[in-house]
Design a binder for this molecule. Structure first.
Ligand code: DLL
Length: 433
């Protein structure tokens, strides 16, 4: 099933020709309209006209989150304010948010790409989408919403939060599709259990989960608890919002990144050199159709790899692997690089351990320490101390064996780790304080 078959299945030579044409146009646009780009291209001694092939893209400088912060709020906009019809922002962990603006055409493109994304996840007219991504400055709610309307599916704009009402609505309205963060879906499952609601009796068939890192193990857990097919959706406000890349229902193996609008590259985050197919590194994206705030070689900080192998769904667009973390979320504990998602995979694989955890990093006597707080199920928690100790030792050993990092595991009572209705907070790093 396609939303726009012609573009979703463009043979690679045609896709690349289109990319080059669009790239050249966007470079002219930013050079003429955004002083930041004029300065950065001039500094690199490159003019838009010098880019004659897709390979030439590598000669252009990167754009970073810091560049966006320095341009707060509007200095990177390439369209006059009279043409901007929507403004979103993503709240950073520190300081001011990152601001993005959309022209009317940008909103149309986003809606079209989000509709394509939903169809890629098997959504069709007649489906009832319970959209529990937050509505507001965050792009999740409105992004999915516009795509659902563009597609012609029924969308329930419930937004995040009020979990009891979510459960009621999914039963009474017969929601067939759930869209929210993966952590929130598990919170809903918990709440539903307390209320005696059986997901097997609900109509939900597919969940489109993203906006935060999650693991393959967590997918298994969600699919079992919510009785649906869980698919991964990727996006970021700087580039557009949700709908930059989507895992297809048929293949369920990597996320198609919409290459007729975005050019992906994978780079070594330290050297900035481009990496080859299959190699893991930082995703860099160039937007080639955006008007409001086009970004050239934007460093997402997200770690993944890319493949151009054909996919059984028939789409020709490259696939990026599930994000394994962010280069800036990567914890370095006594010199060992660890992503929270790696710890999550280990925890979810251990019986009796619930997928709710918190990593607390500290420094004592100049040595880093890692405490892994994780919930265990009711039954284990009421077991004797010996059983609990054995489980803690097992978690510590598995983390040590698989990741090479020493930690202490602290088993906590069910439902004591703070739940999130949006993006989950998994790490408290006290070293920075
Ligand atoms: O999270 C957009 C979005 C909304 C995506 C709804 C998917 C669904 P931001 O708030 O700007 O935008 O956060 C973007 O979230 O750079 C990643 O680090 C992370 N992220 C998004 N999707 C995934 C995913 C939205 N599927 C940042 N897996 C990105 C892992 C993800 N991380």
């Amino acid at each position: 099933m396609f939303f726009n078959e012609e573009f979703e299945t463009l043979p690679r030579p045609a896709l690349e020709a289109l990319q080059l044409k669009r790239l050249q146009a966007v470079l002219e646009r930013v050079y003429d309209n955004v002083p930041f780009y004029k300065a950065s291209f001039d500094k690199a001694a490159i003019r838009p006209g010098d880019v004659r092939s897709l390979d030439d893209l590598q000669r252009l400088p990167f754009t970073t989150k810091q560049d966006m912060r320095d341009s707060y709020p509007y200095a990177l906009f390439a369209a006059p304010m009279e043409e901007i019809v929507r403004i979103h922002a993503s709240s950073g962990t520190t300081g001011k948010p990152t601001v993005v603006g959309y022209t009317r055409k940008d909103i149309e493109t986003w809606s079209e790409l989000m509709a394509r994304t939903l169809v890629t996840a098997s959504v069709h007219t007649g489906d009832i989408i319970q959209n529990a991504y937050g509505y507001g400055l965050f792009t999740g709610g409105l992004g999915v919403h516009n795509g659902a309307e563009r597609l012609g599916a029924s969308v329930i704009p419930i937004s995040g939060g009020n979990t009891k009402r979510q459960i009621m609505i999914m039963q009474d309205f017969g929601s067939t599709v759930l869209t929210c963060t993966p952590s929130y879906s598990l919170f809903m499952a918990e709440e539903a259990k307390v209320e005696g609601v059986d997901f097997k009796k609900l109509k939900l068939r597919v969940g489109i989960f993203g906006a935060e890192p999650w693991s393959e193990a967590m997918r298994g857990e969600i699919e079992e608890k919510l009785n649906l097919v869980a698919l991964d959706i990727y996006g970021l406000s700087e580039i557009m919002g949700p709908g930059v890349a989507q895992e297809c229902f048929e293949g369920k193996c990597g996320l198609h990144i919409w290459e007729d609008h975005f050019i992906p590259e994978i780079i070594n985050p330290v050297t900035g050199q481009r990496l080859g197919e299959g190699e893991k590194g930082e995703l860099v994206v160039t937007t080639i159709t955006k008007q409001g705030i086009p970004l050239i070689r934007y460093r997402t900080r997200d770690i993944t790899s890319i493949t151009y192998e054909p996919c059984i769904c028939g789409r020709t667009h490259a696939r990026i692997a599930r994000m394994s973390g962010r280069s800036d979320d990567m914890l370095i504990i006594r010199g060992v690089n660890v992503f929270p998602s790696q710890i999550e995979s280990i925890l979810v694989g251990i019986e009796g351990v619930e997928p709710h955890y918190l990593l607390i990093v500290d420094r004592r006597d100049n040595l880093d320490t890692l405490e892994v707080q994780v919930e265990v199920d009711e039954q284990i928690f009421s077991d004797e101390v010996k059983v609990l100790q054995k489980l803690s030792r097992r978690i510590e050993k598995e983390i040590k064996d698989m990741l090479g990092v020493t930690c202490t595991a602290k088993l906590v009572e069910p439902k004591t780790i703070q739940r999130s209705e949006g993006k989950a907070k998994r790490v408290i790093d006290n070293r920075k304080l």
